[in-house]
Design a protein around this ligand. Sequence first.
Ligand SMILES: C[S@@+](CC[C@H](N)C(=O)[O-])C[C@H]1O[C@@H](n2cnc3c(N)ncnc32)[C@H](O)[C@@H]1O
Length: 321
Amino acid sequence: MATAPTASTEEVYLFNRNDFERKRLNKQHELLVSLCNGNLLHPHIPKAAIGRLADIGTGSGIWLDDVAEKLEPDLEATSSLTEREYAGFDISAAHFPANPRPDTCYIVHDILEPFPNQFHNFYDVVNVRLMVLALKKYDIRVAAMNVAALLSKFYAIKPRPYSPSSLWDRRVAGALIYPSDSIFLEEPGGFFQWEEIETRDLSFNPPSETTTKRPDSQILRPYAIEQAFKELGLVDVIVEDYNSINRLDLINHVREWTKAGAKAALYYALLRGHTVKNEEEAWSASAGLWEAYAAGIDGGIVPSLPLKMILGRKVSVGSAS
Ligand SMILES: C[S@@+](CC[C@H](N)C(=O)[O-])C[C@H]1O[C@@H](n2cnc3c(N)ncnc32)[C@H](O)[C@@H]1O
């Protein structure tokens, strides 16, 4: 089931895979959830109807754990599942929880490789968050295609007599038996949610010359994710904007987050932007930029955290009979 990460893809993740990084991911989670007004899942996702959720590039599994805790009491009595099932996929097992919840499994898998067939059409919600340093802009189509294959196909069941609530009595085809005079309507399937930093809007307020240097044209941007969703035929694609700039309650947290993330991001940007000759030069140039960056923040400059949440749904194909 697990695919061993290749050396080249493993190298792309620039943060250390240690306990410090696990704690940074968990703290970052609190910040991101607060930035998104507590929305772990986009409000358009009907939570009570969701049985299986997956998180790709899950890291420490903090998003999955939090979703599992918040969703638990809401599982619909009519669900074909007796309890929800969660899966976290990541190219590295380094941050997987030592004691996962009994309803959660963790699997090593590279998003750039097709997922094993057993997971195809399986998940009602698939989440991806913060892969900006892990994927290049031109990886997005393959990554999004591999993830979209995991999304379930729903069918609307319209028993006679029709009642509006029956539209939500929807299951993966074959999971339940319906009266022979039921009408099966094809409907969009599972939800694909991706939260990503809008690097274009990453800047100090007021802007600083040092920190507005963004030479990397290959960096993954939310518009490329939105475009990939549409090219894949996902429907109801929407993009929500979140920005910490007017959130006084988040200022200190964003300062710390920015300083912690900036080292790796600057190194990456310089290397990918080909403004340096080699990795060594990228490290020393990024270290210099980072010192100025951190000094600016410590001196009172307020950085912003711009995030976009992109949501789409799979279209079902074929017949439910
Ligand atoms: C910045 S962390 C985000 C972790 C988690 N999504 C969160 O928001 O807390 C990026 C994660 O992506 C994983 N990753 C990097 N490249 C990957 C790939 N090609 N396939 C799957 N996961 C990958 C890293 O191991 C890391 O756990």
